[in-house]
Design a protein around this ligand. Sequence first.
Ligand code: ZN
Length: 137
Amino acid sequence: MSIDKVSHIGIAVKSIDDRIKFYQDSLGLKSTKTEVVEEQKVKVAFLELENMRLELVEPTSKESSIAKFIDKRGEGIHHIAFEVRDIEEVFLNMRKAGIRILGDSVSKGAHGSKVFFTHPKDTGGILMEFVEEVENG
Ligand code: ZN
């Protein structure tokens, strides 16, 4: 399997504008621009650490799974994302292992990346995202 590292930890927030101040002002982290990811019905901003990032995820619709998560459990850690080299290979490995994949396909993530999520019930209660970064250009 070609999993390189933790790409980011996803944190569900009601409002990026409200929450980002803590990370910028109190923790001194630099943030990327906010980006809407239509496919996931969310808005995201990344905070840069040396080897990984934090992803603030705000729902843009009540139908968003992030909105449902916040309704049920409140704001907080939502998912852990692993960076992979070949997302199709990892996808097939998960399928072979009988791990359910949310939406049953690879879809578009932030900044043109390819992503999929596995079902938390099949992975010990942790929502996992797998990300293949796509070079810009
Ligand atoms: Zn993520």
